[in-house]
Design a protein around this ligand. Structure first.
Ligand SMILES: [Ca+2]
Length: 81
């Protein structure tokens, strides 16, 4: 009984995480698309110019590029406005 309740809580938590990853804010998504001039799904080179001030916070894997995931996470946490 206890395990069933725990399993339900874990399942709910996992569902929330999956939804958070698969349903980004449409406004954030639009912002990323407009910044991604060549449409390759990554902001790099001049595409990152508007985000230089927050680059260290956005580019979490420090490869000098901003992936869609990094951008959306940064938008969600308020780093990108
Ligand atoms: Ca790009």
């Amino acid at each position: 009984m206890r395990y069933a309740a725990l399993a339900a809580v874990i399942a709910l938590a996992l569902t929330s995480v999956v939804q958070a990853q698969t349903t980004p804010n449409p406004a954030d998504e639009a912002k990323f698309k407009s910044a991604d001039k060549n449409g390759n799904g990554t902001l790099e080179g001049a595409e990152t110019d508007g985000f230089k001030a927050s680059m260290t916070q956005i580019d979490t894997n420090k490869d000098g590029k901003i992936t869609r995931e990094e951008f959306l996470a940064a938008s969600k946490s308020g780093v990108v406005k």
